[in-house]
Design a protein around this ligand. Structure first.
Ligand code: BTN
Length: 238
């Protein structure tokens, strides 16, 4: 098992996808990304010295039918790493890490299916240090250095995340989705937290058995598997 670290690339997800045929390679990190990508076509600002920009290459030993596990376990694993540092983030579906209402990190998954076998590149962007002058307010972002004097170097955080991610992958192989769903729910919003999606209001109804988000609206419960939801406020923990 080996990882590769470069000083600069466009996107570690793209680099990992291009190198994923090497069966020993399990991750690619960069000090800086020039075209870092977020979910839903967003940009992930990736200046040098500020964040962890790292993409794991996972060759899951569980079925692609449990593919919803990948983003959830990536977020849970990242939360576990932060907790190990004494910082306790919360999760917003499917895989945002928040401190208060501010974004600490996010995950971008890209799966490649080849017959019965599959692999998934899981990119983690985690804000370690705020840029000089702070984050643009519009990003509504926060970095670990707001809570910790000196966060560990990015490769150290990456190694801990990979270890946690592989442990979760083995657990999903052995036990299916329930443990990772439970670990996500413990860090997610309280049931009944108000959500907004595409202009519609609803309440957080938990996660479905397949990892979808349950949005309770006046006309029933909607199970969402793609896209985004806006967390209007964080209700009291039940
Ligand atoms: C999001 O919250 O929208 C997901 C952000 C994911 C950013 C990471 S940084 C490492 C990897 N390379 C990318 O281009 N994106 C992911």
């Amino acid at each position: 098992m080996k990882t590769r670290w470069v000083s600069r690339c466009e996107s570690t997800n793209d680099l990992a996808l291009s190198l994923a045929d090497d069966p020993d390679l399990v991750g690619v990190g960069a000090d800086e990304q020039t075209a870092g990508r977020g979910r839903l076509g967003r940009v992930w600002r990736s200046p040098p010295g500020c964040g962890l920009y790292f993409s794991a290459i996972l060759r899951p030993e569980f079925s692609p039918q449990l593919g919803a596990a990948a983003p959830l376990m990536a977020a849970v694993a990242a939360a576990e790493v932060c907790e190990g540092l004494g910082v306790v983030p919360r999760l917003k579906w499917p895989n945002d890490l928040l401190l208060g209402t501010r974004k600490l990190g996010g995950v971008l998954c890209q799966a490649q299916l080849d017959g019965a076998s599959w692999r998934v590149v899981i990119g983690l962007g985690l804000n370690l240090r705020a840029p000089q002058g702070g984050f643009p307010e519009a990003l509504h972002a926060v970095a670990l250095d707001a809570m910790l004097g000196a966060p560990p170097p990015a490769p150290v955080v990456a190694a801990r995340w990979l270890e946690a991610l592989f442990a979760w992958s083995a657990r999903v192989r052995d036990e299916g989705l329930p443990p990772v769903l439970a670990a996500w729910r413990r860090r997610g919003p309280p049931l009944g937290s108000p959500l907004r999606r595409e202009g519609r209001e609803g309440l957080f109804g938990g996660l479905s058995a397949t990892g979808g988000l349950l949005l309770e609206t006046l006309i029933g419960v909607e199970e969402i598997h793609a896209g985004d939801v806006e967390l209007v406020s964080w209700g009291a923990k039940e």
